[in-house]
Write a protein that binds this ligand. Sequence first.
Ligand code: ATP
Length: 247
Amino acid sequence: MLVLKNVRYKKNGRAILRDMTVQFEDGKVYAMLGNNGVGKSTLASIIMGLEAYREHEGELYLDSISLKDLGVYERAKLGITLALQEPVRFDGITVREYLNLGGKQRLSRDEIVEALKLVGLSEAYLDRYVDATLSGGERKRVELASIVLLKPRVVVLDEPDSGIDIMSNEMIKAVVEKLKSNGSTVIVITHREEIAMMADEAYLMCGGRLLASGTPQEIVTFYKKLCDNCNHVNSPEDNEGRDGESR
Ligand SMILES: Nc1ncnc2c1ncn2[C@@H]1O[C@H](COP(=O)(O)OP(=O)(O)OP(=O)(O)O)[C@@H](O)[C@H]1O
């Protein structure tokens, strides 16, 4: 189980995450919803232990292991993975090589082709380079295939649909289902209702806090009702929210 206990994160005196306590159980899929700037990607970066986000308050545990002093490499070794919003780019590395990077042993061609198929890419992509010659959407798909092959313990997908056409919700669903069937804990950050609905549980984030939790249907309804016309400011100019003041 991944546990966050009283996690707070400040940047330049501004509270970005405020007292987040949450438990992500093994093998479950979670959707994190919330408007732009509420702290979703920050939460993802803190879970992964990205260098710029190591200076936070509160505790993170994977089972009984404290993640506090562990960097990205050590967390990756424990099976924690993050797919950022921006699609991956690795100049000079082919799709086949990239998909083989994370595994303990070399994957067979069939395994790789199967993962590519899952994300809607043919084997013609095997020898393409993971660089700007692939479209953003294609690189996103390749990244999703790599995560499926990696079989992570915990994966945070930060807007896996970004750059992916709306017709491909089924592909993302297939990826999430595959991860779940492999036993991964999946935390999906999304604005898209169809993607949120794939989760077992959902959370609504607002102003660096978890505002509500429930079924995806409940949270999507709540999100639409509450956040659609909300003037709640999450931008850095938001002085009101400095230093953990509650609102
Ligand atoms: N390193 C940083 N320096 C300054 N401000 C930061 C930093 N990291 C995050 N922020 C600010 O914290 C707030 C939360 O950012 P975050 O990227 O977590 O939002 P988000 O919920 O993922 O938004 P979106 O839906 O637009 O991706 C934003 O106002 C952002 O500008």
